[in-house]
Design a binder for this molecule. Sequence first.
Ligand SMILES: [Zn+2]
Length: 448
Amino acid sequence: MEFLKDIHAFEKRSHTNILKYFENLVQSQWYSNDKLKELQENKLRLIIKHSYNNIPYYHNLFKRLDLSPNDIKGFDDLNKIPILTKSEIQENYKKLINKNFKKEDFIQNSTSGSTGEPLEFLMDREMISWQKAIQLRAFKWADYYPWDKFAYFWTFFPENDNNHGRIFDPVYDKYNLILRLSCFNLTDETLENYYNQIINFNPKILLAIPNPLYFFSKFLDKKGYKIENITSVITNAEMLLPFQRELIEEVFNCPVFDIYGAREVSLMIGECPEAHNKHYSMETAIMEIVKDGESVENNEEGELIVTNLTNYAMPFIRYRVGDVAKRKAELCKCGRGLEVIDSLKGRIDDYLITRNGRFIPGIFFPAVFAYHKINGIKQYQIIQKELEEIEILIVKTDKFKDSELIEFKNIIKKSLGDIRININFVDEIPSKSGKCRYTISELDLKLF
Ligand SMILES: [Zn+2]
């Protein structure tokens, strides 16, 4: 198949192993849970040893705690290592980098994060390969194959619609497999246009962000439009609420597969086709659920703490993702050995509304931070007070530059129109029950 030849050629050029790892993952999902746990503990011992020998931060930490790599043999020893927070990563950034890697071994990445705290990190090519491979497996559960046509309703900026830097994009483009639709400009006119584009393009899969997709679904429902040929909708990047899933499944007349990813730690949680249970990628990460510093029992909710088993450039061990999860005690009836996550509370975003009636999903802001590389912001929150006014709370770091702030304001004005932007620097963002909502609308959204 020509397409696969091109993908292989791409992999050779970029020194990645995505398809090989994907094939491994398709096998290992059926391993017994015990075998998967054994595999995790083997990988854990390797990354611990590596971190002690090559990562100054961990070497010093182990010395300080009087630990040797041999003291961490498995899951039960993990709590000997303290939890790693985003602030600690930002403060110890250089010390977390593999001192024996060369510059060309690193690829820089960033995540908008789940709690309004953007984070930059470095990865190696192994991690990229695993990351894309676990994504492909979660997509495969939704019956997606890399050569399938898909519509991508995502955070595309109008000035750069075609290149989002996603890894196989050049090959997808060559074979006309991808339709990109920006979710930043939601009006009846754009949605009508998107509907027509989807009908003409005739994709098999739709990949979208829950809030904007729900908005689109309401539009389709109101108009009585039907999209017949899409066989699965994949949602990602925000929390999908049950009423949203219900309407999306009705309007698109197909199942929704909700996935969750924490890219910085190679964690992917996808839904199996048999039971729509959420399985986590045990081959690439170890998940702990922790409350007040202690592991909780299964079926109990707690903070999500993840150890990345794939990144030798900048390993994160026991990293606090910032989301809340619950692990099921039982395995899934589908037969996969991968453990099941029962509930997952991630980000929820409000919309912002502009004076000329456009809806901007809250995910716009983390996308701006990541895409336009605005640095020096530790945490932020956006509040729409009135139609003409938004307030932005920022906790800055010492890397913060005023010139970037001006650029940031300009980007917002380009999308939101002539709106008053009040920026307030604060020491911390007020949170409700430990969880930060970071796009908040104080408008009565029902009126719009
Ligand atoms: Zn299952």
